[in-house]
Design a protein around this ligand. Structure first.
Ligand code: ZN
Length: 246
């Protein structure tokens, strides 16, 4: 059997190459909207309600099509388009022990188009797998960031920092979604692990850096791992575990 990390490294290399191409003029910036399935040139009338910058190669590889009104550059011929229904990558089924073992090529690629708070964002998925819509609210699995609605409570004082951290790292970014045994919560939000293009699991980063508690009320694949990350964050005084500000 092929070792999963080999596929991971090949994929990481491909992503680096994509990023290198993206820095060239041949990969211009185009724009998408929160719910649409086309990419546009700046100034297109379809961008009035939302306007999310994205590289042409990323928009093309996610499955966006060129707008027929503003005629943006065509899909580059070397781009691989996503399958119609690639299915869901469920980490509990794969049985991974560590978040870093996950395979980005099996995940659902998406763009973060709106930020809500430290542990919730909205994503656009132009070609979603069965059971997933093309515009979804995503709640991160296994983490709980402090609420921002009651900032007067001491325990919640770190909510604003967590929210800003998530916005700065994820907004308008290409991400890869993986799932667990439960696809949705009672608010119909998609429950997901959010991976960045460098292979890091953002859920784990939030706990490690002290922006979130490990949320262990419900089981999930990395429960023990996240508990250990929280213990370390607490010992090191990271983020919300640090000394209280005056
Ligand atoms: Zn357009």
């Amino acid at each position: 059997m092929e070792h999963p990390s080999i596929r991971f490294y090949i994929h990481a290399l491909l992503l680096l190459l994509t990023a290198a191409v993206a820095s060239c003029a041949e990969d211009p910036q185009v724009y998408i909207t929160e719910t649409g399935k086309k990419y546009h040139l700046d100034g297109c009338r379809y961008l009035e309600r939302s306007r999310i910058p994205i590289r042409l190669s990323t928009a093309s590889s996610l499955g966006y099509d060129p707008c027929g009104h503003c005629n943006p550059p065509p899909i580059p011929p070397e781009i691989t388009r996503p399958e119609r229904d690639p299915g869901l990558y469920r980490l509990n089924v794969v049985g991974l022990e560590h978040p870093k073992e996950a395979d980005l090529t099996e995940m659902t690629p998406a763009v973060v188009v709106r930020h809500v708070d430290g542990d919730t964002v909205y994503v656009a998925i132009p070609r979603p797998p069965t059971g997933v819509k093309s515009y979804e609210s995503v709640r991160f699995i296994g983490v709980d960031t402090p609420e921002t609605v009651h900032p007067q409570k001491i325990v919640e004082r770190f909510g604003k920092e967590a929210s800003t951290f998530t916005r700065d790292h994820l907004l308008n970014q290409l991400v890869f979604l993986a799932f667990d045994w439960q696809l949705r919560d009672r608010y119909d939000r998609l429950l997901a692990y959010v991976y960045l293009a460098d292979g890091s699991c953002f859920n784990a980063v939030l706990v490690r850096d002290g922006y979130a508690h490990a949320y262990t009320r419900f089981p999930f694949q990395f429960l023990e791992e996240f508990r250990a990350l929280e213990r370390t964050a607490r010992e090191q005084g990271n983020g919300l575990w640090g000394p209280e500000k005056p």
